[in-house]
Design a protein around this ligand. Structure first.
Ligand SMILES: Cc1cc2nc3c(=O)[nH]c(=O)nc-3n(C[C@H](O)[C@H](O)[C@H](O)COP(=O)(O)OP(=O)(O)OC[C@H]3O[C@@H](n4cnc5c(N)ncnc54)[C@H](O)[C@@H]3O)c2cc1C
Length: 484
């Protein structure tokens, strides 16, 4: 094959795909990534202030990353890829317990009534007849785990993350997100964890020494080194498909004038023999020309993502707590997670300063998304105080970041609308939608990279895309289970 391959979006999916395509010397293609932001990495990006590497929301590379992805990341990062011990806590019923949840800790550290009620749920779970039709997050988890654990942890956390009560969230979310979905699995987890030391591999994660963003930066560097182009500050405006199937991408490229900090817009058009889109599927549909049929657009309008506001603090103290992350499912706290980036890498520097990253899931229309930085700072400090994590030391810096499309929201029945949209997009032989945003998949970095690697395998030397193979891969992607 010779020709132009255009990739929309420079997150891990776009970068991983570019890398794999460029490595295939038999393809003789040019590969260009178009990325809206002035940095690569998408949701896995970050920033640096006062010598602290902040991620845009807590990120870790999970040990179940498949071998080929782990091999590539390890090779690119070398000794910068650290194996670290998890050290997280969750606030439940006024107490802190270890996170990820461990049944032993729940029994030992939560109020006495919790283990009693949980044991009763478990007893009922073993003797009661199972329902066969489970179509909501609520029904799957109630059936599998009983009321106590669901009402204490899963349901309030779901409401906070996805903005919906558990009975309005599709069962798929439970299958994708919750590993131990029934008492049998919990019991085997108890035996498995009791047989392992605290320093076992289940407790380990991988983390780049200079922040998670190092993964995307290293991928981008490698892509450029082997001939790929990455256009940053470039926003796709239109995807045009002519009747012969050929595609053109219209995009605006913004150039910064360093003297007066203004931006100059350059409108560009590039021809593409193949287009891979990793941007949100809802956005892709709006960019298509000719415009997509009304009934597809209507389905598309029902697909929703959840946003996130991130609040960052630089504090005048060496360490805030020894924990890497604190999780807050309960509604009395505005945030879902508070992480301390220095504890992820274990870096001693900078001395006498540390940072906090506070995650607040929200929607476009709600007061959090539209709140001023002052209001956000006050609310976060108030709730940290409530959680007995008071910020008593001087705050050297406070800043925020608003992330759109942080989480796909699986409203009950979402699959019907999503499949309609994806089937419609599949009718374009030169357009492939993929990645977390492109497939509306609640996944981890290693999943989205694996999806990208699989997509590259579907490009045949003759320049056509192997749709049959891709459909088989898409079935496999359904089995991905998200790690926190
Ligand atoms: C809060 C949070 C915590 C997470 N923690 C973890 C974790 O601990 N471990 C883990 O493995 N995963 C984690 N993830 C998941 C991980 O971030 C994603 O799996 C990964 O970023 C998905 O990569 P992607 O390339 O598919 O999508 P994205 O990262 O979303 O990239 C899409 C890219 O497309 C660009 N784009 C969008 N529209 C346009 C346009 N019109 N023109 C040009 N470019 C456009 C965006 O700017 C973006 O760069 C977390 C996610 C969140 C939200």
């Amino acid at each position: 094959m010779t020709g132009n391959v255009m990739i929309l979006g420079g997150g891990p999916a776009g970068l991983g795909l570019a890398l794999q395509l460029l490595r295939r010397k038999e393809l003789h293609i040019s590969v260009t990534i178009i990325e809206r932001e002035n940095y690569v990495g998408g949701l896995t990006a970050g920033c640096e202030y006062d010598g602290i590497h902040f991620d845009f929301g807590s990120h870790r590379l999970h040990p179940n990353t498949n071998q080929r992805i782990m091999h590539d990341i390890a090779e690119l990062l070398g000794e910068n890829l650290l194996a670290r011990q998890r050290n997280g806590r969750i606030k439940l019923l006024g107490r802190f317990v270890r996170f990820p949840l461990n049944p032993f800790d729940l029994f030992l550290h939560l109020p006495f009534t919790f283990p009693m009620k949980f044991a009763w749920d478990m007893f009922k779970g073993f003797i009661e007849t199972k329902k066969t039709h489970l179509d909501t997050f609520e029904s799957v988890l109630l059936e599998g785990l009983g009321e106590t654990l669901c009402k204490t942890f899963y349901f309030p956390y779901a409401q906070k993350i996805w903005g919906l009560p558990a009975n309005q969230i599709d069962a798929e979310q439970a299958y994708k997100r919750v590993r131990a979905k029934n008492f049998r699995k919990i019991i085997s987890k108890i035996f498995l964890t009791s047989g392992k030391s605290k320093k076992s591999s289940g407790n380990i994660f991988y983390y780049p020494a200079k922040g998670y963003h190092q993964i995307a930066n290293a991928l981008a560097e490698e892509v450029r080194k082997i001939g790929g182009k990455i256009f940053l500050s470039s926003e796709v405006r239109q995807l045009r498909f002519d009747s012969d199937g050929t595609a053109s991408i219209m995009f605006d490229r913004y150039h910064r004038n360093t003297q007066n900090a203004s931006y100059k817009k350059e409108s560009m058009e590039m021809h593409a023999d193949l287009v891979f889109s990793t941007i949100p599927v809802t956005e892709l549909c709006v960019l298509m020309h000719p415009v997509i049929p009304d009934h597809i657009q209507k389905n598309c309008n029902t697909i929703a993502y959840r946003n996130m506001v991130l609040c960052f603090f630089v504090l005048d103290i060496d360490q805030f707590t020894p924990y890497d992350a604190h999780y807050f499912p309960e509604k009395e706290y505005i945030f879902s997670r508070v992480s301390e980036p220095k504890n992820y890498s274990g870096a001693p520097e900078p001395h006498d300063l540390t940072g906090l990253c506070v995650e607040i899931p929200c929607s476009d229309s709600d007061s959090i998304w539209n709140a001023s930085d002052d209001e956000l700072c006050r609310s976060v400090l108030r709730d940290l105080e409530k959680a007995r994590l008071p910020v008593r030391m001087p705050i050297k810096r406070f800043f925020t970041k608003r992330l759109r499309n942080a989480y796909p929201v699986y409203t009950v029945g979402f699959q019907i609308a999503l499949q309609e949209v994806l089937h419609f997009l599949d009718t374009y032989p030169r357009l492939v939608t993929l990645g977390r945003q492109g497939l509306f998949a609640h996944d981890n970095t290693h999943h989205t990279m694996d999806v990208a690697y699989c997509a590259s395998e579907c490009v045949l030397p003759e320049g056509v895309f192997d749709w049959l193979k891709w459909k088989e891969f898409r079935k496999q992607f359904q089995t991905h289970i998200v790690e926190d």
